[in-house]
Design a protein around this ligand. Structure first.
Ligand SMILES: [Fe+2]
Length: 320
């Protein structure tokens, strides 16, 4: 691959590919190019891959200042780094970028309009089943998910002040729910609805009787609750890959199916266990330390608890 940065300042750059190694001459797949601010303003006019301009895709690059600001402009004017994901096959690159980013959005703040994920390969412990190890070992690279395409968005990070909630109280409330189920060895749930079923009708908060859980679910945006679970995954256990194909495995009307479509499932790894990993579709590892709305009916997913601590998380479905 021949890579050229067109800039009067002729800046130095570095490259790291999604597998974590850097070598400009040997890049085979997605890689991230970084230009570091030195002492003077740098303006990047273009990038050429094997002699061809990446055109307006230059606006997918972001200048991250040391102060923590992000500007989607191809220039650096203060200490910080400008970064852009590229691919040596420019046709493949354009196919991805043009499919994912709307024409009018180049030059805008892409953080507001898109969720940007980068799925990198991860080697996990030998003890896990082959299909989970190989799924984690496959890095799909970067992806811009349009926040408007709510059916396809893999997840949303929730904004509310969830840290103000009494987490122990929430766990205590959920553990008082009526139904205890072991789905698989080491994978347990305590749930509102019998057999852990994600079924209508929704339950009003006044009938739920779980005050701290109610605050959490209201913060997530639910008007009422379809189901809420405590989930425990034992140390060194995993949950095999699957998709929660709720709409097609139960009889429901089109308008009911809508309730289960898109980023609608609440998920929070409430104890923030760092060796717990939840991977979804091609979006990579989910930031489960923050409360999320996830899209498990659209994408295959699986989880591992690669630690000696019971991992406790909360899952809920409701009417948004
Ligand atoms: Fe699932």
């Amino acid at each position: 691959m021949e890579l050229k940065i067109i800039s009067k300042q002729n800046p130095k750059y570095s490259i790291i590919d999604k597998d974590g190694w850097s070598s400009a001459g040997l890049i085979r797949g997605w890689f991230e190019l970084t230009v570091k601010f030195e002492s003077e303003k740098i303006e990047i006019d273009d990038i050429k891959i094997n002699g061809e301009s990446i055109r307006h895709c230059i606006y997918t690059g972001v200048f991250q200042t040391e102060k923590g600001e992000r500007h989607f402009l191809p220039s650096l004017w203060e200490p910080g780094e400008w970064k852009i994901w590229l691919h040596p096959n420019i046709g493949h690159y354009f196919q991805n970028i043009f499919t994912q980013i709307d024409n009018g959005d180049y030059g805008k703040n892409l953080d507001e309009l898109y969720l940007h994920t980068v799925d990198k390969p991860i080697t996990i412990n030998e003890r896990y089943p082959q299909h989970i190890k190989s799924y984690f070992a496959k890095g799909y690279g970067p992806h811009w998910w349009n926040k408007k395409n709510i059916k396809d968005l893999p997840y949303k990070v929730l904004e509310g002040d969830f840290e103000s909630l009494d987490k122990e109280k929430i766990l205590q409330e959920l553990k008082s729910l009526p139904h205890k189920i072991e789905y698989q060895p080491g994978w347990n749930t305590i749930t509102l609805k019998p057999r852990g079923k994600i079924v209508l009708p929704a339950v009003e908060y006044s009938d739920l009787g779980l005050p701290e859980t109610e605050k959490m679910l209201k913060m997530a945006g639910y008007k009422s609750v379809i189901n809420v679970n405590w989930i425990g995954l034992d140390p060194y256990h995993s949950l095999q890959m699957h998709r929660d194909d709720i709409q097609n495995t139960q009889e429901m009307s089109e308008s009911e199916a809508e309730l289960f479509t898109g980023c609608v499932r609440f998920y929070w790894d409430i104890k923030n266990n760092p060796n717990f990993k939840f991977k979804m579709g091609e979006a990579g590892i989910l930031p489960t330390n923050k409360p999320l709305l996830t899209n498990p009916t659209r994408y295959a997913h699986c989880v591992i608890n690669d630690s000696d601590i019971l991992r406790e998380s909360i899952q809920a479905w409701g009417i948004l």
